[in-house]
Ligand binder design. Structure first.
Ligand code: ATP
Length: 450
């Protein structure tokens, strides 16, 4: 999930909802408002990483908002959206400080490309904290691999630290001074991933009014991380393989080949080798990216990492919240942390530490401040049975619930003859939530009544 927070300013409610769907499906955290004045109020209340605003709106409009940002938050990037006829004013807006403009109408991938291009990358500056022998050996290996230019495949369960490892490899390579570009193959809708990776030329598809470089080009000279590569569809895998073999890329709709000097790292929490054997992942691509495999064990298999990691996370979050005193983990808290199985790995530990920092009193974090999800407590208490529960069974339950939700939405849509407003009222959810759920259903290929 992207941690980026976006502010969307658009007075056309229908367009705003459609843009919101696109941004939320790509996992952006988004606040939407209908005018520049409301945007200023939101900017005073909360912090954002990027603003996307229409130019022509009642009141001070997009240019007024641009002036406000120039005076009060000059570092916050603003992306303008404008009707084709008013591109002239958008160009002058860029001179005034907007980072770019999108000419309406534009395709969803154009929006996502521009957003990912101008969003300041929040660098995960975490260095891998390791103390367990297994992790120390892995890190020593990673350091040796880093100096070569080999492709590295980083595996391990979700939340185990694969991205942290990828950055470590980049930072210890000769490319350290160059770009590190990460793309989460699971977060970008399938039909947009190709344009995002390879870029496109003006006119490549409806709405592509401007040429845009892809992630490969953005990573030129540096490192490209293909996060969750197992989620890429087979057709795109074939195109990726060609780019990796030829070491050159051609933008969508382009004729020019661009030579690449990019080191590729990839991560997966699935067993790619079995996927390759089952034909759901290309075997030739598997061997190309798997030149050097590194695998993080689950956190419970490297117990000596737990306390050093917890202490590191206490310091990290306490500093971020500017806590006056740095709390220590007392003995009871340490015992509690060591007793848990951490199915969510370091990410789960991170959440537990953040909760503990909110709850603790005085200068110590005690066992009472270590709140582990109810489900996980069950997992601890019934460890033996829980271990035998295969992930597929857990997923199955989730899928079944989702399927039931889809059926209910479809039935209610039919009952209300397609009226979104009535459906939302009947189901007791907001119109926005309904739109989001419907967009997700459409994305899964479910036909919805018009
Ligand atoms: N060894 C480590 N040292 C310091 N922080 C870590 C370490 N491992 C993980 N973290 C922290 O835990 C969180 C999850 O790590 P990360 O995103 O690298 O996991 P991941 O395996 O890539 O997860 P996913 O499979 O869900 O993408 C991050 O906040 C990261 O900073």
């Amino acid at each position: 999930m992207s941690e980026a927070r976006l502010l969307l300013v658009e007075d056309d409610a229908n367009l705003r909802e459609a843009l919101l769907d696109t941004l939320m499906l790509a996992h952006y955290d988004c606040v939407d408002v209908g005018s520049a004045e409301e945007a200023i109020m939101a900017l005073k209340r909360e912090s954002f990483d990027l603003v996307i605003s229409d130019v022509q709106m009642e009141g001070i409009g997009g240019i007024g908002l641009l002036n406000y940002l120039a005076a009060h938050q000059p570092k916050l990037p603003l992306l303008l959206m404008t009707a084709y006829a008013t591109i002239g004013s958008a160009v002058s807006a860029i001179k005034l400080g907007a980072v770019d403009y999108l000419a309406k109408p534009f395709a969803p991938q154009v929006l996502l490309n521009q957003v990912s291009r101008y969003l300041p990358t929040k660098l995960n500056t975490d260095k891998p904290v390791v103390a367990d022998d297994k992790s120390l050996a892995l890190l020593a290996l990673a350091q040796r691999v880093a100096v070569s230019d080999a492709s590295v495949m980083i595996m391990g369960p979700s939340g185990s630290g694969k991205e942290v490892m990828a950055r470590y490899i980049h930072n210890h390579s000769k490319r350290a001074g160059e770009a590190f570009v990460a793309i989460n193959c699971a977060a970008i809708p399938e039909n947009m991933l190709e344009a995002t990776l390879f870029g496109y030329e003006k006119g490549a598809f409806t709405g592509a009014y401007q040429a845009c470089p892809g992630k490969f080009e953005q990573a030129q000279g540096g490192t490209l991380l293909l996060d969750e590569i197992s989620e890429m569809d087979l057709a795109l895998q074939a195109k990726l393989l060609r780019v990796l073999q030829e070491r050159e890329v051609e933008r969508l709709g382009g004729r020019k080949t661009i030579k690449l000097d990019v080191r590729v790292l990839a991560t997966s929490n699935r067993d790619l080798k079995s996927m390759a054997a089952a034909g759901t992942f290309r075997e030739d691509l598997y061997y190309r990216i798997n030149v050097f495999p590194l695998t993080w064990p689950a956190l419970c298999q490297r117990p000596a990492d737990i306390l050093p990691l917890a202490r590191h996370l206490v310091v990290k979050h306490a500093e971020a919240c500017q806590l006056a005193a740095m709390p220590e983990l007392d003995e009871s808290a340490c015992r509690r942390l060591l007793a848990h199985r951490w199915p969510g790995n370091v990410r789960e530990l991170d959440n537990v530490v953040q909760r503990a920092l909110i709850l603790h009193q005085g200068d110590a974090i005690t066992a009472a401040d270590i709140i582990i999800d109810a489900q996980d407590v069950l997992f601890d208490a019934e460890a033996d049975e829980a271990v035998t529960l295969k992930p597929a069974e857990v997923d199955g339950l989730g899928d079944e619930l989702k399927a039931q939700e889809h059926v209910i939405i479809l039935e209610t849509l039919n009952l209300c003859q397609g009226s979104r407003k009535l459906v939302a009222e009947k189901l007791g959810i907001s119109a926005r939530t309904l739109r989001y759920k419907m967009a997700k259903m459409r994305d899964m290929g479910i036909q919805l009544p018009g």
